[in-house]
Design a protein around this ligand. Structure first.
Ligand code: ADP
Ligand code: MG
Length: 873
C-alpha cells in the first residue's frame, strides 16, 4: 500500500497517471475495470442457510412442531406430514421474503446513494460515487460526503468530520502540506478519507483509493453493518405474537385438562389441543406486514419520496407539523433578477452599462463572487448565484464575446482569477472573494442587506466614492423594504481594495455598490398541497433564511400565513425563553432569517407539545435538526450528502407537495396493515371459538390441523395481500393525524376483531351442528368449508371501513382475484375425491352445500349492513 500522504503532490499525480485536469473518460473507464466499483462490500451477511434456520426459532413454530409430534401419536400421520411440509414451506417463504426485503432496502439505498463531483476530460461533471476511480480529481465542498480516499491538491479552508472513521467527533482542518515521517490516520491532514463529511470550505483532491481499498473499506469487513432494524410496528407485533403464544399454550393446557377430566380418550383430547394451537397461530401475519410495508415504500419511491428506514413509513401517518424550507421546496428555486438598485436608480439588467465603472464593479462582483456555472446548457450551482450569471448575459454588449466589446463569464473568470475566498454560509449570510483587478487587489462581497450594510463605510456612485451617510443607509433600507414587500430576495453588493488576508474577521470596511433583487415564484403545487395538509390536520410552517418581509409576502401567497399568525426572526427566537416559545409556537407560521441551530429549537418546542414533526433541510448544518425531527426530510436535488445522510426520507424532486403525498401513502399503508391484521385475527378467532365450543360442549373435534393450516396459509393469505394493496381512500387526508401513542392493536381494532370473529363463528358452529345430525365426519367437513368460505368473503369487509357499495371492486381487482382463487381451491378439495383423504373431508349433499353457502355469506351480509347504516347516519 502506497503511503500517499508522505509524497509530494506531483509524485502522487504521476503515480496515478493523472493531472490537475483529471482523467480522460477512456482512462477512467480503464481504471474502473482495473480497480472495480467504488463501493463497500458490506460486512458479513447471513447466509441463506442461516436465514432459513432462523425461521424455526419462532415460538409459534415450536408450538406447531409439538402439534406435528402429537398428530403422529394420535395416528394422524397425514397431518404430521402436512405440518412438517408447511413448516418447511413456511421457512422457505420466510427466507425468500427476507432476501427480497433486503434487496428492496438495498435498491432504496442505491436510490439515495451519494454522488461525487470530478474532473473528466478537463470538465467538471457529477457522477455516481460508485464510478469514482483512483486518479480522478474530486471537487469537494461544504455539504459533500467524501466518497473515496484522496490527497489534497488545492485547499480552501476545508474542514471535515471523520467521526465515522476515527470516532473523533470534532471537525478537522485540512491543509495542503507535506509530511516526511509516518503519522496516525487522524493527523494526516493532507488526506481526506471516504465516508467523512465536508463541513466547511472546499478543496480539490486526487483520488488515491476507492472501494474496499479505502481506509473505511479496510475496517468495513469488521463492522457488521447489516444489523436488522425492526420498526415500532414490527416490535409491537412481535410482542403481540409472544403474548399470543403464551395464551395459546395456557388455553391448550386447559382444554386438554377439560377433555381428560371428562374421561375422553387422551388421543381425542390431544386432537383438540392441536386444532386449537393451529387455529390460533396467525402464520401469515408477520410476512404480510413486511410485504405491505415493502410495497408501500416501493410505491412511494415511484412518487419521488425515498424512504430510508421503514420506521418512517409508520411515523409519516401521524405527522402533525411540517416545517418546510421555503426556497426550492415551497418555491421553484428558479431565481431571476428583477430590479437592480444602483447609483440611486432602479434599473433592469438590460439597462446596465458596460462603460460605467460602477456598473462594471457590480458585474465583476456578480460573476467572480459566484460558484455557479453553465454546463451543457444547464445552470448548476446555487440558483441565487446562477440568476446573477443570467443577469450578466442580459447586459448589452456582453453577448458579443470575443468581438472585443464584452467578455463571457468564463473569459472574465479566467482573466481575473480568484486568489482567496470565504464561502457563503447561512449563518454569516455573506460570501467574499479576492481578485487582482488591473493589478489592484480587490475583495468582492455579496450577502444579505442587514448583515452587509453595517459593514459598509463608503458608497460608490456613478462618478465618486464617498463615506456612506445615515441618509444613504435609510434610502437603501427603504428600497430593500420595498423589494421585500413584493416577495423579492435581496442581495447587497460591495467591494474594497485591500491586500489583507481574507477571513471572516476581515469582512468589513466595504464600499457599497448596489442591491440586486431576485424573484423565486412559488411552486404551482405548493398552494394546493398546503391546503390539503391543513384539511388533514397538519400544520405547515415556513422556515427561511430570507428577510421576514419577503418571507411573509410569499407565505401569504401560498396560504401558510393567515391573519393572526406570527412571523419571527432567528434573532427574536434567540431572545425568547423556551417557555415563551412553547407558548407561542402554535401561532408562529413563518420563521425568517433563521440559522440552522434555530431549527432544532423549533422541532423541540413542537415535540414538547406532543406533535410529530417533519422538518426539511438541505445544508450541512441542518443535519442535527433532521435527526431530531421525527421525519427528517432531505432534498434529493439540491440537498447536501450530509443532510441526506441524516434524513429518514429524501424528496427526489425537492417538492413540498411530495411530502403531503408521502403522508397520504404513509397513512394508507398503516391503514392497510391494520385492516390485514383485523382480517387475519378475526378469522383465527372464529376458528378458536368454534374449537372451544366443541370442546366445552363435549362434541367431536370440528377441524383437523391440515384444514386449519390450509386456511391460515393459503386461502387467508390471498385476501390479506389484496387488502394490503388497497389504494388509499379518497378521504385519507380528510382525517386528523393518527395519535402515535395508540398502537396498532387499539381498542376499536380489538372490538372489531372480537365481534367479527364471533359472527363468523356463529355461522361455522351452526354448520357444524347441522353436520352432526349426519356424522362427525360431515360435521367436520361442513365446519371447515363454512369457515373457509366465510373468511374468503370476509376479505371484502376488511378492505375499508366503508361498505363495498361505496368502494366497489374497480380499484382493487386483486380482492376479487383472491376470492376467486380461494373459492376454486376450496371447490377442488370438496369435489376432487383424490383430495378427500388428505383433507379429511367427506362428499356433501346439495342440501348441505346450500347451508354452507348460506351460513358463510351471513356474516358478510350482516357486516355490510352495519357499514351501510353507519355511512348513512
Ligand atoms: P434560504 O434557506 O431561504 O435559501 P439562505 O440562508 O440561503 O436562505 O440565504 C439567506 C440570505 O443570504 C439571503 O436572503 C441572501 O440575502 C443571502 N444569500 C443567499 N445566497 C447567497 C450567496 N450565494 N451569496 C451571498 N449571499 C447569499
Ligand atoms: Mg439558500
Amino acid at each position: 500500500m502506497k503511503q500517499y500522504y508522505l509524497q509530494t503532490k506531483a509524485k502522487v499525480l504521476e503515480e496515478l497517471k493523472t493531472g490537475s485536469g483529471g482523467l480522460s473518460s477512456q482512462q477512467a473507464k480503464d481504471n474502473l475495470t482495473k480497480y472495480g466499483k467504488n463501493a463497500l462490500i458490506e460486512g458479513k451477511k447471513k447466509t441463506t442457510l442461516q436465514v432459513f434456520l432462523e425461521q424455526f426459532k419462532d415460538l409459534m413454530v415450536i408450538i406447531l412442531i409439538i402439534a406435528a409430534v402429537i398428530s403422529a401419536f394420535t395416528g394422524e400421520l397425514e397431518s404430521t406430514l402436512v405440518i412438517i411440509a408447511v413448516l418447511i414451506l413456511n421457512a422457505i417463504l420466510g427466507t425468500v421474503q427476507h432476501i427480497k426485503a433486503e434487496k428492496s432496502l438495498e435498491s432504496l439505498k442505491s436510490l439515495s446513494s451519494p454522488s461525487a463531483k470530478v474532473l473528466r476530460d478537463g470538465k467538471k461533471i457529477e457522477i455516481d460515487s460508485k464510478d469514482v476511480v483512483p486518479g480522478d480529481i474530486m471537487l469537494l465542498e461544504a455539504g459533500d460526503m467524501v466518497t473515496a480516499d484522496g490527497r489534497i491538491l488545492e485547499n480552501f479552508s476545508l474542514q471535515v468530520n471523520e467521526s465515522s472513521l476515527t470516532g473523533e467527533s470534532t471537525n478537522i482542518d485540512k491543509a495542503d502540506v507535506e509530511f516526511d515521517h509516518e503519522m496516525p490516520l487522524g493527523d494526516r491532514i493532507n488526506m481526506v478519507y471516504s465516508s467523512s463529511l465536508v463541513t466547511y470550505g472546499r478543496a480539490n483532491v486526487v483520488v488515491t483509493a476507492t472501494g474496499m481499498n479505502t481506509e473505511i473499506g479496510k475496517i468495513a469487513s469488521l463492522m457488521n453493518e447489516t444489523k436488522e432494524r425492526r420498526t415500532p410496528l414490527q416490535i409491537s407485533l412481535d410482542k403481540f405474537s409472544s403474548k399470543l403464544a403464551t395464551a395459546i399454550l395456557i388455553i391448550c393446557a386447559i382444554v386438554l385438562g377439560l377433555q381428560i377430566w371428562r374421561g375422553q380418550p387422551i388421543m381425542d383430547a390431544l386432537l383438540f389441543a392441536v386444532a386449537l394451537a393451529v387455529a390460533a397461530i396467525p402464520e401469515a401475519l408477520s410476512s404480510i406486514v413486511t410485504i405491505v410495508q415493502a410495497m408501500g415504500t416501493q410505491k412511494m419511491a415511484k412518487e419521488n419520496a425515498i424512504i430510508k428506514n421503514l420506521a418512517a413509513v409508520e411515523s409519516l401517518g401521524s405527522v402533525s407539523v411540517i416545517c418546510s424550507d421555503k426556497t426550492g421546496t415551497l418555491t421553484q428555486n428558479k431565481m431571476s433578477v428583477q430590479d437592480i438598485y444602483i447609483g440611486g436608480k432602479t434599473l433592469k439588467p438590460n439597462q446596465l452599462d458596460l462603460d460605467n465603472q460602477l456598473h462594471r464593479y457590480l458585474l465583476y462582483d456578480a460573476v467572480l463572487n459566484n460558484d455557479s456555472s453553465l454546463v451543457d446548457g444547464k445552470g448548476i450551482g446555487d440558483p441565487t448565484e446562477y440568476a446573477l450569471l443570467e443577469m450578466y448575459r442580459q447586459v448589452p454588449g456582453i453577448d458579443l464575446g470575443d468581438k472585443g466589446l464584452g467578455l463571457t463569464e468564463e473569459d472574465l473568470r479566467g482573466l481575473l482569477t480568484r486568489k482567496q475566498e470565504v464561502p457563503f454560509d447561512s449563518d454569516r449570510k455573506l460570501m467574499s472573494t479576492k481578485h487582482l483587478i488591473h493589478t489592484v487587489p480587490t475583495i468582492f462581497v455579496k450577502g444579505a442587506v442587514d448583515v452587509l450594510l453595517d459593514r459598509c463605510v463608503n458608497i460608490r456612485l456613478d462618478d465618486e466614492v464617498r463615506p456612506i451617510t445615515e441618509e444613504d443607509k435609510k434610502q437603501i433600507l427603504a428600497q430593500n423594504q420595498h423589494f421585500s414587500e413584493n416577495g423579492l430576495r435581496v442581495l447587497t453588493f460591495a467591494y474594497k481594495e485591500s491586500d489583507e488576508d481574507l477571513t471572516p474577521e476581515t469582512e468589513n470596511g466595504f464600499t457599497f455598490i448596489g442591491l440586486v433583487s431576485e424573484m423565486d415564484p412559488p411552486r404551482e403545487e405548493s398552494i394546493a398541497a398546503v391546503a390539503r395538509a391543513k384539511k388533514a390536520g397538519i400544520r405547515t410552517v415556513m422556515i427561511t433564511g430570507d428577510h421576514k418581509v419577503t418571507a411573509v409576502a410569499i407565505a401569504k401567497k401560498i396560504g401558510i400565513f393567515n391573519d393572526g399568525d406570527l412571523a419571527v426572526t432567528g434573532l427574536e427566537l434567540d431572545k425568547m425563553s423556551d417557555e415563551e416559545l412553547e407558548q407561542k409556537i402554535e401561532k408562529i407560521s413563518v420563521y425568517a432569517r433563521v440559522s440552522p441551530e434555530n431549527k432544532i429549537r423549533i422541532v423541540n418546542a413542537w415535540q414538547k407539545k406532543d406533535h410529530i414533526v417533519s422538518m426539511t433541510g438541505d445544508g450541512v448544518n441542518d443535519a442535527p435538526a433532521l435527526k431530531k425531527a421525527d421525519i427528517g426530510v432531505a432534498m434529493g436535488i439540491t440537498g447536501t450528502e450530509v443532510s441526506k445522510d441524516a434524513a429518514s426520507m429524501i424528496l427526489a424532486d425537492d417538492n413540498f407537495a411530495t411530502i403531503i403525498k408521502a403522508v397520504a401513502n404513509g397513512r394508507t399503508v398503516f391503514e392497510n396493515i391494520k385492516n390485514a391484521i383485523m382480517y387475519l385475527l378475526s378469522g383465527n378467532l372464529s376458528a378458536i371459538i368454534t374449537v372451544l365450543f366443541a370442546s366445552i360442549g363435549g362434541f367431536s373435534v370440528p377441524f383437523i390441523a391440515v384444514q386449519l393450516l390450509f386456511i391460515n396459509l393459503v386461502t387467508d393469505s390471498l385476501p390479506a395481500l389484496a387488502i394490503g394493496v388497497e389504494p388509499g381512500a379518497p378521504d385519507v387526508l380528510d382525517r386528523k393525524p393518527r395519535d402515535p401513542k395508540v398502537g396498532i392493536l387499539d381498542k376499536s381494532l380489538v372490538t372489531k376483531v372480537g365481534l367479527q370473529g364471533l359472527i363468523i363463528a356463529v355461522g361455522v358452529i351452526t354448520a357444524f351442528m347441522i353436520g352432526r345430525q349426519t356424522s362427525p365426519a360431515v360435521a367436520c367437513t361442513m365446519a371447515f368449508s363454512t369457515l373457509t368460505f366465510a373468511r374468503l368473503l370476509h376479505g371484502f369487509n376488511c378492505r375499508s371501513q366503508h361498505s363495498i357499495f361505496k368502494i366497489g371492486f374497480k380499484n382493487n381487482w386483486y380482492s376479487l382475484a383472491a376470492f376467486a382463487v380461494g373459492t376454486l381451491l376450496l371447490a377442488l378439495i370438496l369435489f376432487v375425491p383424490a383430495l378427500h383423504g388428505l383433507f379429511a373431508v367427506t362428499p356433501l349433499t346439495g342440501n348441505q352445500l346450500f347451508w354452507i353457502i348460506g351460513l358463510a355469506v351471513m356474516p358478510t351480509v350482516l357486516i355490510q349492513i352495519v357499514k351501510v347504516v353507519n355511512e348513512n347516519k
